[in-house]
Design a protein around this ligand. Structure first.
Ligand code: TPP
Ligand code: MG
Length: 554
């Protein structure tokens, strides 16, 4: 057995189920070994796509993601997706060949580059320990929530493995079957301090982030005792869906009502949530008198973006339970804290962007993106999984396409890169085949990632891809246009995106007015044996509301 076989085999035996990648000579054997041991390989058409697919897969499945790339350019092609994964603390192992001869065209310092994007460089550099090294990479990725680069030097890969397969398999089994880590309890004094703040608060708001994604029940129970309203950051969107106290997303995407209620809070508790400039609108959603608490696994996260009056270090669900045991509810449940019949009524009436009135600006062959999105929201089944790319258009699908829960939204925007949306939707769809995958893209992001349209077709994903086409990098047009700058560098002639999609094997409809959505309805009721691309020519006179908000903050 060669080292490449041992590394691939042991990762599959440890529980790596799906591998995304582009195969070249330097990762051929390791990838095939993964497949031989039961992993599924998903071929992307560009390594950037592979990295983001893996990231989204990990987010939506809660499992480790594996990426497999060729040395040198295969690795550098993956970097934007790796930066996003590393910033988002996605557990991921990237297997990359590594040229060991400095004269090789593929030679480069992969460690330095990995470090530069926040990934952890490791190496299976010795035939006597390579399998163990791979298991250690797996462990660090999962237990420390890190994106790990496992370099596989070419000469070592080809050498005879010095470890016995039986022993490696046993070690992999121990890693696979290890008990889940015991949740971290918070210090009693920090729990008590949070309990006191909650009991003293008259208008508490909980903002749940990525770290709270599996703690809905615990947070709702505590929120009920203290009368807190519930909101999330964008990555945790959908977490409190169905609760009468759900304000949806806090931040640039917040509805006017959510922004008002959060700004008026006297206590904001971030649960597994960085409370960054997006979630707080550059601090503007935190009222001048409001106290701020952050509950986080890491002390370093506390106060990073907004000053915090208290940090509670611990596991979100665990801390919520600890605090529940020290607070004394007062008054009837519907009237506690921030909760009242009036607030409940307002959340019901004004709690969603869909309910905010607007004047349709469509016409002359262009559809208003709000009308488009609301029309799609009406047509699509509830069991959907929405992924968005970045750009001016982003707020429409991110806010007006509702989602059933936090598993219904995949938001790879920690690095704010354009071009990740389609691969995000693919990885999410692989993780959740039970849901209708929806990819919402701008024309810029769609063309940047068009190589993966073929992947959607090849995998047989029943995906709906919606392109908000303004024939421009709209975010830049709206950023610089008002200041009188020339815009030729960010505007493009019309491109027939429907024809491009058909060329890849999609069905496609071009939407220029609401009546054209009949084509989407037809696809939804049909066999959905091909994906559908909706090429929507959208109005482009003004920026979206969230971008206007963002410009105020920059
Ligand atoms: C990889 C990358 N390149 C460039 C940018 C800068 N940028 C931000 S939004 C945007 C325009 C995206 O255009 P499109 O996808 O058509 O969306 P629109 O803004 O037009 O709605 C650009 C170029 C970025 N964030 N990421
Ligand atoms: Mg555009």
């Amino acid at each position: 057995m060669i080292v490449a076989d041992a590394v691939g085999g042991v990762l599959a035996a440890a529980g790596a189920e799906v591998v995304f990648g582009v195969v070249g000579s330097g990762n051929f054997h390791v990838t095939n070994a993964l497949v031989r041991h039961g992993a599924r390989f998903v071929a992307a058409r560009h390594e950037g796509g592979a990295a983001t697919m893996a990231d989204a897969y990990a987010r939506m499945s809660g499992k480790l993601a594996v990426v497999s790339v060729h040395q040198g350019p295969g690795f550098t092609n993956a970097l934007t997706g790796l930066a996003e994964a590393a910033k988002s603390r996605t557990p991921m192992v990237v297997l990359a060949g590594e040229a060991t001869d400095a004269r090789s065209n593929f030679a480069m310092d992969q460690d330095a580059v990995a470090r530069a994007v926040g990934a952890v460089p490791m190496r299976a550099g010795d035939p006597g320990t390579a399998g163990q090294d791979a298991l250690e990479a797996f462990r660090i990725a999962v237990e420390e929530r890190r994106t790990v680069l496992l370099n596989l030097p070419l000469d070592v890969q080809a050498a005879a493995a010095g470890e016995s397969w039986e022993r490696l398999e046993r070690a992999a089994g121990r890693l696979r079957d290890r008990p889940s880590p015991v949740p971290v309890d918070a210090l009693p004094e920090e729990v008590a301090a949070l309990g006191r703040l909650l009991m003293a608060s008259r208008r508490p708001v909980f903002v749940a982030g990525r770290g709270a994604r599996r703690a809905r029940r615990e947070l709702e129970e505590l929120a009920e005792l203290v009368g807190a309203l519930l909101a999330t950051s964008a990555v945790a969107r959908g977490l409190f869906r169905g609760s009468p106290w759900d304000l949806d997303v806090s931040g640039g995407f917040a509805t006017p009502l959510a922004a008002e209620l959060i700004r008026d809070a006297d206590l904001v508790v971030g649960w597994g949530c960085g409370l960054n400039m997006w979630t707080t609108r550059h601090g503007a959603l935190i009222g001048p008198e409001a106290k701020v608490v952050q509950v986080d696994l890491e002390r370093a996260a506390v106060g990073r973006y907004v000053p915090a009056d208290l940090g509670v270090v611990g596991d979100v669900a665990r801390v919520a339970r600890q605090v529940r045991d020290v607070v004394e509810p007062s008054g009837p449940r519907e009237e506690r804290g921030y909760r009242s019949a009036v607030v409940a009524g307002r959340v019901r009436e004004e709690g969603r962007w869909r309910a905010v009135p607007y004047t349709d600006e469509g016409g002359d062959g262009r559809i208003d993106p709000r009308t488009l999105t609301i029309g799609l929201d009406d047509l699509l089944p509830d069991e959907r999984l929405v992924s968005t790319d970045s750009g001016n258009f982003m707020g429409y699908p991110a806010m007006m396409l509702d989602v059933p829960d936090e598993e219904g939204f995949c938001f790879t925007q920690a690095f704010q890169a354009v071009g990740l949306g389609l691969a995000t939707a693919i990885g999410a769809a692989v993780a959740r085949p039970d849901r209708l995958p929806v990819a919402a893209l701008g024309d810029g992001g769609a063309l940047m990632s068009a190589a993966e349209l073929e992947t959607v077709v090849r995998l047989g994903l029943p995906m709906l891809v919606v392109v908000y086409d303004d024939e421009a990098y709209g975010a830049e047009v709206h950023h610089f246009g008002p200041h009188g700058h020339p815009l030729d560098t960010v505007r493009f002639p019309p491109a027939d995106l429907a024809a491009i999609a058909r060329g890849h094997g999609f069905d496609a409809v071009t939407v220029t007015e609401p009546a054209d959505l009949a084509g989407v309805a037809g696809w939804l009721t049909g066999p959905r044996d091909r994906p559908l691309l909706v090429h929507a020519k959208v109005t482009r006179e003004r920026p979206s509301w969230w971008l206007e908000e963002a410009f105020r903050g920059h």
